[in-house]
Design a protein around this ligand. Sequence first.
Ligand code: NAD
Length: 501
Amino acid sequence: MTDNLHSRDRAAWEARVAALAIEGRSFIDGRLVDARSGLNFERISPINGRVVASIARCEGHDVDVAVASARAAYERGDWRRTDPKERKRVLLRFAELIRADLELLAMLETLDVGKPILNSVNVDVPFAADCIAYYAEFADKLYDEVAPTAGNELALVRREPLGVIGAIVPWNYPLIISAWKLGPALLGGNSVVLKPAEQSSLSAIRLAQLAVEAGLPPGVLNVVTGYGEEAGKALALHNDVDMISFTGSTEVGKLMLRYAGESNLKRVALECGGKSPHVVMADADLEAAASGIAWGIYYNQGETCHAGSRVIVHESVREALIEGIEKVAATITLGHPFEPSTQMGALIDQGHMNRVLGYIASGIAEGAKVAFGGRQVMQDSGGYYVEATVLDAVQPSMKVAQEEIFGPVLTVSTFREEAEALAKANDSIYGLAAAVWTADMNVAHRMSNALRGGTVWVNTYDRSSLATPFGGFKQSGFGRDRSPHAIDKYMDFKTIWTAYK
Ligand code: NAD
């Protein structure tokens, strides 16, 4: 099937898309449902500016129903109390159904988000399935602890699921980030209410249908679609939600903490924004660095939280590096997302595209120079496309060096001494990721210890796997997705201390 998808041309993809009946209802208590108000909102595809779907506009009442369903499922225990082997079986089946649904899920993801279809096919859908399968395997392999005690006593330290998890996710990798939450939350027996971003509801609705088909009892996974300020806020303020697992902007992440304080002191885990630096030393392999840097910022149109968006390069190699990045950028095809050769697609919506273009203008106004790119392109399509861009001569104080642009825009600044490079790299409110490019392992170790980021890459970028934790320092958030460490986020530890004779 995958081979088929790879050989399909744009016309064939578009014919399949035209034949789709797209589902925009929420998924609550095992069923597709409209918002109680009957209201919907239109999702405009970033590919061509046309309406692709009508999405249920859930509000407080709908969230109440979803949370009640999640709570009832938790209390009934028909998921939480099942044999761990059974939970593993269901989650593995869920992963298999995601794989089997590759074509539809990939089309929905590309239509909604504007990312290249072959990225959806090769990355977003399979990575989401892999993530669910990875966590499924833990269901019957997690042991609790017996603590050391004096004789005639037994102290058990047991993990218990938290209860009802509210998962609020962004639009840039809707399937992958949802799976990062669902895998570890579900494996231990929690119920989940998933709130996709209003820009990307389609794949979440489909995921919930597949989960029930796999055997997840109704109510264990609910999807409430709608706006952040309506459905999202109601979920985060809900007194019967035990935890909010949030991925999105730092600004909204701060609101999550406030909502937890204003309601039931629910737990909060935050994966927020980034402004990740590349430090390129004079002795770096410039060809490798140029490739790592270009793909690290232009993949997914730059709409990646850990995109390496700031280059801090030794002044002696600045020019050569920029030339190298430009060469690689020229090979990354920007185009219609259903064209199989496309490697950079559309930005999520018109407002976001204007924001990205506004940042480019602000950089220029503050004295940065456009080394290449900088313009909106493909206007005839009706969609929202911006070309791969480098802003050179950027000073750390400029807005473009400090704020997350979340588009295909890279800033370049220079340094003379290692200490200056480190200070510039760490001069950010964010700390999601960083990279250092050097031939000297002493520098590599010194820098990777001192760079403030949840992930530091050395002579590479964006390498990762489910086995490594992912998340940020500083205002990039706290808590980690992926790896076994993510599991305990969704659990409480209970000590059971028994005296015996
Ligand atoms: P966003 O913060 O605007 O929205 C994220 C989610 O929060 C959406 O579901 C939205 O509907 C909801 N929301 C918005 N306002 C809300 C409110 N008042 N109450 C409750 N929910 C609300 O972010 P976005 O524009 O969807 O995504 C882009 C951001 O996400 C970027 O900053 C990016 O760096 C970040 N991100 C971080 C990671 C990570 O792992 N650290 C991964 C991907 C994206």
